[in-house]
Write a protein that binds this ligand. Structure first.
Ligand code: KG4
Ligand code: ZN
Length: 477
């Protein structure tokens, strides 16, 4: 929780300060600020007695200086900086300040992006501002500007019905998801007709819940977004019709979002993306390496020639007579598995993938063992399948990065929840700005559609009420 900093926080604050800066503020400075300062106010974010982050505001008439925001090393890139910035902005607004000003090292890309995404603009560069000779940007944000625009987004491309509301500063007002997975599990996979019928049953109540939770009126949102493709056609239509009805009735612009862009841009809730970005998109329907030069330029540099990786997980689980969806089951089984079975590594040119041969190899292996009267060790088989499949994914990503150097590497889609894949990504791409979505953001939801929709809104990319759903739309379109 963020509170005014207290004397007893100072031991920890001074340590974090020393760990974070070549020229840290000393204890006396903080003590003075706490005791006597009439213009400075220190705040600390504290969880279970531990100082996670702190920041300071200086008030000067109608102006307010944000003198620093610091996050403890172990907690960086987890949204604490943004949380502190929002809190301090809120306080400055409440105090009636009209402007917020800060200086930031021109080389501190992460901080600059954070400030830009939160409405700060650079007004000038101060040469040799810091002790080490670095230049600083002066950045400023008007605090009595128009409110950030809000988007209501709907997702219904497969077997989740979802609605979320977010604003341009990435404040999440609500995110409601209902999954049909239990129903489809009985059939061993998603049944399209059942999925669309269930979307029809759920969608109105999900939207109502999202609006109620957000404590706003639909009139207050600035655009309505929905997944226009790819996905199951009947399912897409349900979300599309709901979004179009709202857009028509409330006279709002309509945004048709590509589902995979949603999986990619939800990572911005963790940290701003540094372009160019390489996205490894791994889901039940897709396996793609996407090179993203900026938020309007997507290029598929590798794709699967047959099954998607999630589909392969689901099918292998079925061969092993395990449930649906197979991904989480295999993930868990493999954790107890040992190298025992050998499966052939799929060989495909360049950065493309193929998983159907691997899936068949699993089937043949199971049949052979059965014919030989041997019991299959499911842990070992899950291990063999997973190691083979995932190593292909990370190896190809690594190769692609040599031809397409990128600053950020992001993982996206349902299979991003896989514990081993996350481990491998961390091992291999530690030298990049790597973003792994938290588990709750991996499976389909509407928050991801809302995050992507903010980019469409920024570029004023709207669709008409007669826009068709596009079940096999490419991310390049
Ligand atoms: O992105 P998603 O929710 O739906 C599509 O857009 O396809 O991805 C669903 C896929 C399923 O194939 C599921 O088995 C897989 O993601 N999945 C996993 C894990 N959790 C979900 N695959 C591997 N390991 C997991 N832990
Ligand atoms: Zn998805």
């Amino acid at each position: 929780m963020i509170e005014r900093m207290k004397k007893e926080d100072l031991d920890q604050v001074v340590e974090i300060e020393k760990d974070s800066f070549d020229h840290p503020w000393n204890r006396d400075y903080f003590e003075n600020e706490l005791n006597d300062s009439e213009i400075g106010e220190l705040y600390a974010d504290i969880e279970n007695g531990e100082v996670i982050a702190y920041g300071e505001l200086w008030y000067m008439f109608e102006n307010c200086d944000l003198t620093k925001i610091v996050v403890k090393r172990d907690y960086r890139h987890r949204g604490y900086g943004r949380k502190m910035l929002k809190h301090l902005t809120h306080i400055a607004k409440e105090r009636g300040c009209e402007f917020m000003h800060l200086e930031v090292d021109v080389k501190n890309d992460d901080a600059i992006k954070l400030y830009k995404m939160n409405g700060f603009t650079t007004v000038r560069t101060r040469k040799n501002y810091y002790e080490n000779g670095s230049d600083a940007y002066d950045m400023i944000k008007g605090l009595i500007e128009a409110k950030p625009r809000k988007i209501l987004a709907i997702e219904s491309s497969c077997d989740e019905t979802a609605c979320a509301i977010i604003d341009e500063e990435l404040n999440v007002y609500s995110s409601v998801v209902t999954s049909q997975i239990d129903v489809h599990a009985r059939f061993g996979g998603v049944v399209p007709e059942v999925a669309s019928r269930m979307h029809v049953e759920q969608i109105s109540t999900i939207i109502k819940e999202a609006v109620e939770q957000a404590k706003i009126k639909v009139e207050d949102v600035d655009a309505i977004a929905y997944t226009i493709g790819p996905g199951l056609i009947g399912s897409l239509h349900v979300g599309g019709i709901a979004a179009k009805s709202l857009a028509f009735f409330y006279d709002k612009p309509l945004i048709g979002v590509h589902h995979l862009k949603g999986h990619i841009f939800i990572n911005e809730l963790i940290k701003p993306l540094s372009y160019p970005v390489m996205a490894l998109v791994v889901s039940g329907g897709h396996t793609e390496l996407v090179y993203i030069e900026n938020d309007e330029s997507f290029r598929i540099v590798g794709t699967t020639l047959d099954d998607a990786i999630g589909e392969a997980y689901d099918k292998v689980a079925r061969v092993m007579q395990e449930g649906y969806p197979g991904g989480p089951i295999i993930d868990k089984l493999a954790r107890e598995g040992k190298p025992h079975y050998h499966l052939p590594t799929p060989k495909v040119d360049a950065y493309d993938f193929s998983f159907s041969g691997l899936k068949n190899a699993v089937l043949q292996l199971v049949k052979k063992e059965e014919a030989d009267g041997n019991e299959i060790n499911k842990n070992d088989l899950a291990y063999a399948f997973q190691e083979t499949a995932l190593n292909v994914l990370v190896n190809k990503t690594e190769e692609a990065l040599k031809e397409y150097p990128c600053r950020s590497v992001v993982l996206a889609g349902g299979v991003a929840a896989n514990s081993r894949l996350r481990e491998l990504m961390q091992e291999r791409f530690a030298d990049h700005d790597l973003i792994l979505p938290p588990l709750k953001y991996c499976t389909d939801n509407a928050l991801m559609i809302a995050c992507a929709a903010l980019h469409y809104l920024k570029h004023e990319k709207f669709v008409d009420l007669d826009a068709p759903s596009m079940p096999s739309m490419s991310i390049e379109d």
